[in-house]
Write a protein that binds this ligand. Structure first.
Ligand code: DGY
Length: 337
């Protein structure tokens, strides 16, 4: 009988995922609220056949070289910018992710942030808590209108499309930008394609849904912020480094745009004394867009199944580098027991 494969799970994940893995693998679980350090990650992963990682774990060529048995890295996220996919592919290591199951939940949060920023909900709650609510006021805490406003979606993937469906319910005009036009989405959702500068100029709300790549990193900067309307609100539930943080701070302070609502930041986490946290026209929440129980269960199940499929040499439910499949790492089987 062959020994079970060894896997390192870099944080406690929903039980459904751990149960699946424990039935088929020897599981080393990093059971701590904080991620393993690079050193701990390397130490725990070095003798493993597979890794179940989070977006807080940096997986690069050096790490993979230090873990010669690892054949599959299964990321519990749709994004995988924490992984050097080219390095993994070059080593025949398959990388998995969890697309699809978190789109609706993430779009819920993006729309919640949009509404909260437009209608100044955190400021309003702080006002009440501070005992400032003395009377109804005709000019009190006036916000922006959402219904019939224009929403610009940067990156019309499954999350962007889910957001467009929500916006339709508010009779919003929806523009999208991205590398390709999507005639099916235009027909189905009534969205209109616009080049990024045109979208930025026209939108009352700009919501980011692009992956973090060398091309998209820093795409929202002083120049692009200046293309936005002074009344516009920026929403980011994608990845923090899409936005140049310092440029956003300056734009919010100078009134170049009216507000921002951020689920993701750069750096992440954002220190409590960071200017973005203190600005009244900026909402910051701690990367919770996919944080509902059922969604995290679905993500954990897919991540576990991806890992187990990769270990068996079978196709993953979702592989981001199918090119690595078939290369495979030449690993001696574990000892027989
Ligand atoms: C992802 O999946 O990439 C999110 O950022 C976390 O759900």
């Amino acid at each position: 009988m062959t020994q079970l494969p060894h896997v390192f799970v870099t944080r406690r994940i929903p039980e459904i995922g751990l149960r699946l893995l424990r039935a088929a693998c020897v599981v080393d679980l990093w059971d701590d609220d904080m991620p393993p350090s690079a050193q701990d990650l390397r130490a725990h992963a070095s003798d493993c056949d597979g890794l179940l990682t989070l977006l807080t774990d940096r997986i690069d060529g050096d790490l993979l070289d230090a873990c010669p048995r690892v054949r599959v890295v299964s990321n519990l996220a749709v994004g995988y910018d924490n992984i050097d996919v080219a390095a993994a592919t070059a080593r025949g290591v398959i990388v998995g992710n969890t697309p699809g199951v978190l789109a609706e939940t993430t779009a819920d949060l993006a729309f919640a942030l949009l509404l909260a920023a437009a209608r100044r909900l955190p400021e309003s709650q702080a006002y009440v808590r501070a005992g400032q609510w003395q009377t109804w006021g005709p000019l009190l805490l006036l916000g922006a209108e959402v219904h019939h406003a224009t929403l610009g979606i940067v990156g019309l993937g499954s999350i962007g499309r889910a957001l467009a469906r929500r916006a339709r319910g508010f009779q919003m005009r929806v523009l999208y930008s991205g590398p390709t036009r999507q005639p099916d989405a235009e027909a189905e959702l009534g969205v209109e394609y616009a080049a990024l500068p045109d979208l930025l100029r026209a939108a009352d709300f700009v919501s980011l849904h692009a992956p973090l790549t060398p091309v998209t990193r820093g795409m929202i900067n002083t120049e692009t912020l200046r293309q936005m309307r002074p009344s516009a609100i920026l929403i980011n539930t994608a990845r923090g480094p899409l936005v140049v943080t310092e440029d956003l701070v300056n734009a919010l302070r100078a009134g170049i745009i009216a507000g921002a609502a951020l689920d993701v930041t750069d750096p992440e986490p954002l220190p409590a004394d960071h200017p973005l946290v203190g600005l009244p026209n900026c909402i910051v929440v701690p990367h919770i867009a996919s944080a509902s129980g059922p969604t995290r269960d679905r993500m954990a199940e897919i991540a576990a199944r991806n890992l187990m499929a990769g270990l068996r040499g079978e196709p993953l439910l979702h592989a981001v580098n199918p090119a690595a499949i078939g290369i495979g790492r030449q690993v001696e089987p574990r000892d027989y027991v």
